[in-house]
Design a protein around this ligand. Structure first.
Ligand code: GLV
Ligand code: MN
Length: 186
């Protein structure tokens, strides 16, 4: 469980570290990402508490988002924090929907920033057929805390009947949607 109160010390040490030095505050895991070939599908590389323990309690973390042509980060939300995206390479379609159902969409150019407020459902999509895109996202939490909309709806265990009624459709349609989300058989 993430602490919801202010930390009471300069920083929080994991039990395995007793004498921290500069290395504790250094994360080198992005060296292999920045400048690498675009991955075959959307890929996120995080520096959150799990990968970078120094961020524990500091209300901040980063992720590098890589989008090949057509790559998409599907609809999701972060209930606990805002996200500030900086587009480093390429162009990127982004959008978010507020609590009244209004969509705020944008086509970002390299070096643009876009803010995703806490809790709003959002996506990112590289619709460019030729060029990959890469973005750096800052999160206002050391925990990634992502809620995927497709996963929450269709793989969370909610009954087909409730889903069909909620989405004003039939059970066959729900099962078709679920089948499309199932991991491919090995
Ligand atoms: C991007 O929106 C992410 O949350 O990784
Ligand atoms: Mn996000």
């Amino acid at each position: 469980m993430q602490a919801t109160h202010d930390i009471l010390s300069d920083f929080i040490l994991p039990p395995s570290i007793t004498a921290p030095d500069g290395n504790f505050f250094t994360f080198t895991g992005m060296r292999v990402v920045v400048g690498s070939n675009p991955p075959p599908k959307f890929k996120v590389t995080k520096a959150t508490k799990a990968e970078f323990p120094a961020s524990d309690g500091q209300s901040v973390s980063y992720a590098v988002l890589q989008f090949p042509s057509g790559g998409m980060n599907p609809l999701h939300t972060h209930p606990h924090f805002a996200e500030l995206l900086f587009l480093v390479q390429g162009s990127l379609e982004v959008g978010e929907v507020d609590t009244t159902g209004k969509l705020y969409a944008q086509t970002l150019q390299k070096e643009d920033m876009f803010l995703f407020p806490k809790g709003l459902v959002h996506y990112q999509y590289n619709s460019n057929a030729q060029y990959p895109a890469m973005a750096l996202s800052a999160f206002g939490s050391a925990s990634a805390g992502t809620v995927s909309i497709p996963t929450t709806l269709f793989t969370g265990g909610t009954s087909d009947d409730v889903l069909a009624k909620s989405l004003k459709t039939d059970v066959a349609t729900i099962q078709k949607l679920k089948a499309g989300l199932a991991p491919p058989k090995p």
